[in-house]
Design a binder for this molecule. Structure first.
Ligand SMILES: NC(=O)c1ccc[n+]([C@@H]2O[C@H](COP(=O)([O-])OP(=O)(O)OC[C@H]3O[C@@H](n4cnc5c(N)ncnc54)[C@H](O)[C@@H]3O)[C@@H](O)[C@H]2O)c1
Length: 259
């Protein structure tokens, strides 16, 4: 794939950058000229990713932390401003699922944790990103939701609640900041080939192969997304070609939510 450098000199913040979509997104943004501020709760993996990105020539600051703590959001924005003096793009990607269980079987502590990470984490992030972007005259926020933010997700009720909530934050902030030159969108992937999904499939009824069959049955294209397909859509929504797109929750789902 040929890269025109859409993000030359842009400062891009990414949470959950030590694995999955976040890590690949960091590589792709760097390929297109971005300067990075990356974060993850897995401090060791985050350091490895930062070092690899630097070896490939990228400018990177890394700040480990749990997105469910407001101080993490604050430190990460401060790290971007401290290193580069600005924040152009924020990809709020860190997230977790919970074990596949009917609603009454989900331990309340698990539900609270998923809401804290997947919903409050995005709230804290935006709370600290929006004022920084407003002060400099603009910016772009992309929150990683899920198809479970658009339709029900059997056995993932609390994850679905958190992701529906992320879309509510996204649409509202998009309207609040439309005249401040800040775009706010959400991306809604269906199952992609990541550690999170492999782990989920492994724990589903009937074993991973039968589980994969059932999952693919709901996807008109009958396949998982590749990580690159999701990340390509992320960069597109954050790039200048999407200048008039704000407040959307874009499914990147092989037709799942259309069926
Ligand atoms: N993989 C999929 O099919 C899929 C589908 C829809 C949505 N999503 C969403 O995409 C995002 C990324 O998921 P992924 O598939 O790349 O998962 P992943 O598990 O491969 O990577 C997620 C990263 O986030 C980090 N993380 C987890 N909890 C954190 C916390 N509390 N604070 C900071 N970092 C934390 C992990 O350490 C990991 O590096 C998540 O928001 C997820 O809900 C994934």
């Amino acid at each position: 794939m040929s890269h025109h450098a859409r993000f030359t000199g842009k400062v891009v913040l990414i949470t959950g950058a030590a694995g999955g979509f976040g890590r690949r997104a960091a590589e792709r943004f760097a390929d297109e000229g971005a300067r990075l501020a990356i974060s993850d709760v897995a401090a060791d993996r985050l350091d490895e990713v930062a070092q690899e990105l630097r070896r490939a020539g990228a400018e990177v600051v890394a700040e480990a932390g749990d997105v469910s703590q407001e101080s993490t959001a604050e430190r990460l924005v401060a790290a971007a401003l401290g290193a580069y003096g600005r924040l152009d793009v924020a990809l709020n990607n860190a997230g977790m699922a919970h074990p596949y269980l009917k609603l009454p079987d989900i331990p309340s502590a698990t539900a609270e944790k998923v809401i804290a990470v997947d919903l409050m984490g995005v709230f804290y992030a935006m709370k600290h990103q929006l004022p920084a972007m407003e002060r400099q005259g603009g910016g772009v926020i992309l929150n990683v939701a899920s198809v479970a933010g658009l339709v029900g997700a059997p056995l993932l009720s609390v994850y679905a609640a958190a992701k529906h909530g992320v879309i509510g934050l996204t649409k509202t902030a998009a309207v609040e900041y439309a005249r401040r030159n800040i775009r706010v969108n959400a991306i809604c992937p269906s199952f992609a080939d990541t550690a999170m999904v492999k782990d989920e499939l492994a724990h589903m009824r009937g074993g991973p192969e039968a589980a994969l069959e059932r999952v693919l049955g709901a996807i008109p294209m009958r396949r998982l997304a590749s990580v690159d397909e999701i990340v390509a859509a992320m960069l597109q929504l954050c790039g200048p070609e999407s200048a008039f797109i704000t407040g959307v929750a874009l499914p990147v789902d092989g037709g799942l939510t259309a069926a």
